[in-house]
Design a protein around this ligand. Structure first.
Ligand code: MN
Length: 145
């Protein structure tokens, strides 16, 4: 639908847009993510891609996962870090992060700042894989370098 959806931040400053639902992920016992919301900004039948906005509350993190589909991630607000494979990078507003097929990845918000980003993905995409115990052990060793 053509038009302008006005930027409508929440009272606490979290990003939002008029008419866009803000979906909070459920947190259960061993949930592999913490304090993440998702908003679908653009999804149309004629487009092979979807544009979503994710926001991770201060100190929170996304799921450590990998999949065949790629991500283009543009940071819109805050500061944090991203793990990509065996590497970890500090990131902040306006940085562009790209994730290759089957690269392990996880986003973290700094303790004092939310991390908000646009994420472009394929509409038709494979389900994320979670790390098995041996993957985790290797990733943790790499993270301590
Ligand atoms: Mn992903």
């Amino acid at each position: 639908m053509s038009g302008v959806r006005r930027f409508a931040p929440q009272p606490a400053g979290d990003f939002g847009w008029e008419g866009v639902d803000r979906l909070r992920y459920k947190e259960e016992g061993s949930a592999p993510f913490r304090d993440v919301t998702r908003q679908v900004l653009f999804a149309q039948p004629d487009q092979a891609s979807e544009l979503r906005y994710f926001e991770i509350a201060p100190g929170g993190h996304s799921t450590l996962e990998r999949h065949e589909h790629t991500h283009a991630v543009l940071i819109l607000r805050g500061r944090g870090s991203v793990r990509i494979g065996d590497d970890e990078f500090e990131i902040g507003a306006h940085d562009l992060v790209t994730i290759d097929p089957l690269a392990w990845h996880q986003f973290r918000a700094d303790a004092g700042a939310a991390l908000g980003f646009l994420c472009l993905v394929s509409r038709d995409r494979d389900r994320p894989q979670l790390p098995a115990a041996d993957d985790l052990a290797r990733l943790e060793r790499a993270g301590r370098r």
